[in-house]
Write a protein that binds this ligand. Structure first.
Ligand code: NAD
Ligand code: UGA
Length: 459
């Protein structure tokens, strides 16, 4: 099958950047990203690329180069599906919030809607690519929906999970460690492999069966998150024993079998996927009665919750066991630097806990707007919208946010935080002036010299 037109359903953090890079590297392909969300599509079409719906370093330049040439963003879903030979499904697969598997299983309703939509409108043969992260054996369900249309249209299903990380998405897409393609049809696999081969060396394009591909994605995220929970567990022990977690991480990371990456102790991992994918893995294991497997992986998220709670507890304990009426300045709200994404950010849970203790919180994040911060808290449903509005205030510059605070909590590792005038910040704070560095970002000795009471993770 020759592919000249690609459709990607879902214009989110994965669909947008991934298709932009495919379009950049394959100028002869016409790539259209479709979404039900008109506002999101309008934002992707905004002539000013600083107003794209997602912030991702390097993305704007690629959009400028490709948009209108061979990359398009549209809400014309049915038409785009029908005229494309290859369709990527890149919609969200959040944790279920209702019914069977609530709080654990992946909610596949959006994926199923896509499959039904493709089945309804397709009049020619298609390759359907699972780009969303899906439970192992989902391809079977998609195949069943597509094969029961009653039409003569033939569908090949491939699994092609995405491994990009936010904040480095463009670099990850341009230089992937590997591209994984799982499928039954060798012909379909090669069609997709050829698209990647425009810029990815052949030895980095792995071909597997579809189930290995689906399961590898969940496993990769589980292993990555496990490393963070492992170093965070050691960070707690460091705090009791005067060992330094940064030194321990360096010492173990130099063992080539362990490696240095993903050993940065923190207030806890966030992001839209680690927790959701591990819970999904745990749910799948339990559904096969593999309780030892499920318990093993579940501990990774249980420990992460503990780490976030421990950070917040430490703030309260240090501030003489009460933060009621005290102003705490938050630096950072995004779940990591270089993204405007706040899904499952540790900041949300630390804030919620401190608000329960009646703190007043002032926030500055370089890329997250006030509306988003309020909606993240309102989503938790812990207190009324008006209470959240009263207790938390967002600023668009850091010095005002930190003025008159009793303590500062660093929740995201934005580079700019390091170069602030910390002397000036100190002079404008209540004394003693505390810093709780949830990212081990600042220079401890410098902060202590200025006069701060400084504490970080695992030191
Ligand atoms: P997202 O929420 O940013 O984007 C999903 C988009 O799909 C939304 O814009 C939504 O409106 C759209 N959508 C939902 N149902 C639709 C339908 N029926 N028709 C058309 N559009 C529809 O999600 P995301 O972060 O891009 O994640 C997408 C998938 O990729 C998830 O399965 C996720 O686990 C996986 N993933 C995400 C990342 C990441 O860094 N965010 C990395 C790798 C894999
Ligand atoms: C993660 C994976 O790294 C990607 O490979 C995967 O494609 C993606 O999930 C996904 O499936 O969604 P992402 O969540 O965007 O990417 O970002 P990461 O860099 O993995 O960071 C996740 C969280 O872990 C962040 O809160 C980060 O601050 C934290 N982290 C990361 C640490 O606390 N310590 C570390 O050493 C590394």
């Amino acid at each position: 099958m020759k592919v000249t037109k690609i459709c990607c359903i879902g214009a989110g953090y994965v669909g947008g950047p991934t298709m932009a890079v495919i379009a950049k590297k394959n100028p002869n392909l016409r790539v259209t990203v479709v979404d039900v969300n008109q506002d999101r599509i309008d934002a992707w079409n905004n002539p000013d690329v600083t107003n794209l719906p997602i912030y991702e370093p390097g993305l704007g330049d690629i959009i400028k180069e490709t948009r209108g040439r061979n990359l398009f963003f549209s809400t014309e879903i049915d038409k785009t599906i029908d005229e494309s030979e290859m369709i990527f499904i890149s919609v969200n697969t959040p944790t279920k919030t209702y019914g069977k598997g609530k709080g654990m299983a992946a909610d596949l309703k959006y994926v199923e809607l896509c499959a039904r939509n493709i089945a309804k409108v397709a009049t020619t043969n298609k390759i359907v690519v699972e780009k969303s992260t899906l439970p192992v054996r989902t391809a079977q369900a998609i195949k069943s929906i597509l094969d029961n249309t009653g039409s003569a249209v033939k569908f090949s299903i491939l699994s092609n999970p995405e491994f990009l990380a936010e904040g480095t998405a463009i670099q990850d897409l341009l230089n992937p460690d590997r591209v994984l393609i799982g499928g039954e049809s060798e012909e379909a696999i090669e069609v997709l492999a050829n698209i990647y081969a425009s810029w990815v060396p052949q030895d980095k394009i792995l071909r597997t069966n579809v189930w290995s591909s689906e399961l590898s994605k969940l496993t990769a995220n589980a292993f990555l998150a496990q490393r963070i929970s492992s170093i965070n567990a050691i960070s707690e022990l460091c705090e009791k024993t005067e060992a330094n977690v940064n030194e321990v991480a360096k010492a173990i990371g130099m063992d080539s079998r362990i490696g240095p990456k993903f050993l940065q102790a923190s207030v806890g991992f966030g992001g839209s996927c680690f927790q959701k994918d591990i819970l999904n893995l745990v749910y799948i294991a339990r559904s096969y009665n593999l309780h030892a497997v499920a318990d093993y992986w579940e501990q990774v998220t249980t420990f992460n919750d503990h780490q976030k709670r421990r950070f917040a507890d430490h703030i309260v304990n240090t501030l003489y066991n009460t933060v009621s009426g005290k102003k705490i300045g938050f630096l950072g709200w995004a779940f990591k630097k270089d993204t405007n994404d706040t899904r499952e950010s540790a900041a949300i849970y630390v804030a919620d806990y401190l608000l329960n203790e009646q703190a007043n919180i002032s926030v500055y994040d370089p890329k997250v707007p006030a509306k988003k911060i309020q909606s993240d808290l309102n989503y938790l449903n812990t207190r009324s919208v008006s209470e959240n509005e009263k207790q938390i205030t967002t600023f668009n510059e850091p010095y005002a946010a930190l003025k008159d605070t009793h303590a500062i909590a660093i929740l995201t590792e934005w580079d700019e935080f390091k170069s602030y005038d910390w002397k000036k910040i100190y002079l404008n704070m209540k004394k003693p002036a505390f810093i709780f560095d949830g990212r081990n970002l600042l220079d401890k000795n410098k902060m202590i010299k200025i006069g701060f009471e400084y504490s970080s993770i695992g030191q």
